[in-house]
Design a protein around this ligand. Sequence first.
Ligand SMILES: [Zn+2]
Length: 93
Amino acid sequence: MTIKAHTCHALPKSGVYLHFDDEVPAWTLNIQKEASESDLEENHHLENVGDIIWLTSLNILCCPYCGQQLPGLDSVDKASYGYFQHNDFSRWN
Ligand SMILES: [Zn+2]
């Protein structure tokens, strides 16, 4: 069985999603800010509504919205687990 995503009723409708990478293995929580009309007016580096302004990714063991333990992590080394990064695209061009 391949695990690719976790969906639950508590997850926000947009801007937040969970992704499983079975090569690591790791579950990643991605939080992204998408440009709105007013963001385009304030920042001339942005071109389109929906462009990603920033993206934060972090490894998680449980879904922070429903509390469910995520599958596929039985063999993971929890001492070195917890990678995270933040990307800012607001000054890209
Ligand atoms: Zn959940």
